[in-house]
Design a protein around this ligand. Structure first.
Ligand code: ADP
Ligand code: ASP
Ligand code: MG
Length: 406
């Protein structure tokens, strides 16, 4: 007998009939002789709606209350699925993240899983029950409810697969698997049969919202193969794993984009030791994640420092940086909130020259101005005007011939 963890995303449980159809898929897995643990997201746009309600109550809702509120979306879908399975004659039990033993730190809205106390899960499985776990949530030592960050139900599923030493982890969603880029943006995008953790992590981190980055990280850490497939078909989808064919194919694997980019430039900064830390330490203390950092070569000991943050963090970051800029004698502090990034990703690019030149040529051919560039060994990212991001993705997909990917 195998233990299978299945996760169904929000668009797969968006209405009553869809939940019943998920119940039939789960039942089929159980009938095949498997133990089944299911993770569900909230129905459709429920999480967005709950966040919207909270912001009608206050400009800045308290983080603790907001987490309790948005965790309820997954409670609704998990209980409905358990009720549907019960009605079909199966023994099913819904568990909140806390009841499932998912222990997290106290970082509300982006909590990290510290461990899973699997006693309750093991007991229910032993009794032959199908367990439905509410995704995207956990509990602190103090029994406060936390959430794992938007899209975090994927992480719940992979963490449970690791904690329970499951035989397989399946993520069911509204597309046929991992594509060369978002198939909603580029209809010619191709579904990949397999992809390595490393490439998937870069895709997810740089904006491909098909998988929560933390889920991919956990998959790699615990060596759990993750199958991503459609909840509406029986096609095999994409296997994310460590043994994906890594031969240098001299190719880009995929393109990611992210519209959530804002830029801050501190202009005319005196160039001496300690300046960077005087800016970035207070930002870190304020809990603001910095992405790209670029410092120009200094002329006469004066330089410009540019970095990017998520759009939601821009106002908070400016409040931290402006007084520091003044104190260190910088000339000006400027910001731009209308940016996005586009990234080409692939282990096939490693040690192979020419990819950056081809990317820049393709973008300049469309008159798209590149504001900042960052790279890793298997990724090149350009920060550009938000309004040109979709066009940039289509252009690069064509330039790197990804419509022919297998
Ligand atoms: P779920 O509700 O199942 O968690 P998400 O909306 O979080 O689903 O993720 C699925 C969506 O991710 C797809 O509908 C697709 O538009 C988008 N997406 C972005 N990049 C990719 C990609 N490279 N491959 C497949 N889908 C992608
Ligand atoms: N419901 C949560 C969200 O919308 C978590 C998830 O869907 O994975 O972000
Ligand atoms: Mg998702």
């Amino acid at each position: 007998m195998s233990l299978i963890v299945q996760k169904y995303g929000g668009s797969s449980v968006a209405g009553a009939d869809m939940i019943k159809s998920v119940a039939r898929r789960v039942a089929k897995t159980k009938d095949a002789g498997n133990d089944v643990v299911v993770v569900v997201s909230a129905m459709g746009d429920t999480t967005d709606e709950l966040v919207g309600l909270a912001y009608q109550m206050a400009d800045q809702p308290g983080a603790r209350e907001l987490d309790v509120l948005i965790s309820t979306g997954e409670i609704v879908s998990s209980t409905l699925l358990a009720i549907a399975l019960g009605d079909m004659g199966y023994e099913a039990i819904s568990l909140s993240g806390a009841q499932a033993g998912i222990q997290t730190d106290t970082a509300y809205s982006r909590a990290r899983i510290l461990g899973i106390d699997s006693k309750r899960l093991a007991r229910e499985l032993k009794q032959g029950k199908i367990i439905i776990v509410a995704g995207f949530q956990g509990v602190t030592e103090e029994m406060d409810i936390t959430t794992l960050g938007r899209g975090g139900s994927d992480t719940t599923a992979v963490a449970l697969a690791a904690g329970l030493k499951a035989d397989s982890c399946e993520i069911f969603t509204d597309v046929e698997g991992i594509y060369t880029t978002d198939p909603r943006l580029v209809p010619e995008a191709c579904s990949l049969a397999e992809i390595g953790y490393e490439e998937m992590l870069e895709l997810a981190t740089y904006g491909a919202k098909i998988m929560h980055p933390r889920a991919v990280e956990l998959g790699e850490l615990f060596n759990i193969p993750i199958r991503v497939a459609s909840s509406f078909s029986d096609n095999p989808g994409t296997l994310i794993h460590g043994g994906a064919s890594m031969e240098a194919r001299n190719k880009v694997t995929g393109i990611a984009h992210d519209l959530n980019v804002a830029k801050i430039t501190v202009v005319g900064v005196p160039d001496h030791p300690g300046i960077a830390s005087s800016i970035f330490e207070p930002l870190a203390k304020a809990g603001i994640s910095i992405d790209t950092i670029v410092q120009n070569a200094s002329i006469e000991n004066i330089t410009d420092l540019t970095f990017t943050v998520a759009k939601d963090d821009l106002e908070k970051a400016m409040k931290v940086v402006e007084p520091i800029a003044e104190a260190i004698g910088a000339r000006q502090c400027a910001s731009d909130s209308k940016l996005g990034k586009v990234s080409i990703i692939g282990t096939g690019m490693q040690n192979t020259p020419g990819f950056a030149a081809r990317m820049f040529r393709a973008l300049s051919g469309k008159g798209i101005n590149i504001q900042l560039i960052t790279t890793s060994e298997i990724r090149i990212t350009c920060i550009i005007d938000e309004a040109r991001v979709n066009e940039a993705v289509r252009t690069l997909h064509k330039a790197f011939e990804l419509e022919q990917a297998v």
